[in-house]
Write a protein that binds this ligand. Structure first.
Ligand code: ADP
Ligand code: MG
Length: 264
């Protein structure tokens, strides 16, 4: 089975080499948790291998995506100029822009993706849809049916797909009907305040045909570098089996460095 690199070395290791070719992978989680940055790594990994890629952005402009990538030394601008990358912009809706969506509909998005594939011609392997949630803001009931359409049509075109999905800030639950139900893989992103510090984590919740890692990993987003996996938050056995009072005393004495193991 061919696997595609995620562009994040440690994440590839946790996935037994990477994302199986042709998979539809959902990146889910609250805002600011690193989903878009993970998408940038995925695209950049493809571009570096000479693959051609398509990125649909619904929540940021094309320019914002290019600038964010630049901060991690990923040269999306040259790739755009050389017709190796198309960024379909569903936010700015500029009439004269060929790769702008006029309305945020699944149908128009699929048509544009197919046109982009024609322009890029050979070796178009990776597609990012960031985010899918934007298509169903006004009609959450459509999400279920249209998710199937997206998967069916785009699968035929042999893309390996990253699709992000927003989770509600208030409840942490998926916004409406998420794309997880049709996904071959799910990588969940989350965040927590630990001792007054923002910490971010990812966990591979699902990856078909893959003996993947099951732990939550703390991630760092580093200027000039991007997303890095820092360490797993494996629960220790003594947290599970000691009497409650003993556990409480241990927790009280635990150093701040390990305290976040208890809040996941
Ligand atoms: N150059 C940078 N250096 C360090 N952290 C950054 C940089 N650029 C963005 N970030 C961090 O990444 C976050 C945005 O991540 P993003 O992937 O856009 O989130 P999501 O798509 O899940 O909403 C920012 O809130 C910031 O904390
Ligand atoms: Mg985002």
């Amino acid at each position: 089975m061919k696997r595609l690199s995620t562009g994040v070395k440690k994440l590839d290791e946790l996935l037994a080499g990477g994302i199986p070719q042709g998979f539809f992978v959902a990146l889910t989680g609250m805002p600011g948790t690193g989903k878009t940055i993970a998408c940038l790594h995925f695209i950049w990994a493809g571009l570096k291998e000479g693959e051609r890629c398509i990125y649909v952005t619904t929540e940021e402009s094309r320019e914002s995506i290019v600038r964010q990538a630049e901060q991690f030394h990923m040269d999306f601008r040259s790739a755009l100029e050389e017709d190796k990358l198309v960024i379909i912009d569903a936010l700015m809706r500029e009439k004269e822009d060929e790769w702008s969506l006029k309305e945020v509909s699944i149908e128009e998005m699929i048509n544009k993706v197919i046109s982009a594939k024609r322009l890029l011609r050979k070796n178009v392997t990776r597609l990012v849809i960031d985010s899918m949630s934007a298509f169903w803001l006004r009609a959450p009931a459509k999400a279920r049916e249209e998710s199937y359409v997206v998967k069916r049509i785009l699968n035929k075109w042999h893309f390996t797909i990253y699709a992000t999905s927003q989770y509600a800030i208030t409840t942490g639950a998926a916004f409406g009907w998420g794309v997880e139900h049709i996904a071959d893989g799910i990588i969940h992103f989350r965040r927590r305040l630990v001792n007054g510090m923002l910490r971010r984590y990812i966990v591979i919740e699902k990856m078909r045909q893959t003996p993947h890692d099951l732990r939550a990993w703390e991630i760092d987003i580093i200027d000039g570098v991007g997303l890095m996996l820092r360490r797993p938050l494996a629960r220790r056995i003594e947290d599970e089996v000691l009497p409650e009072e003993v556990m409480r005393r241990i927790k009280r004495n635990i150093k701040s460095e390990t305290r976040d193991d208890l809040v996941w």
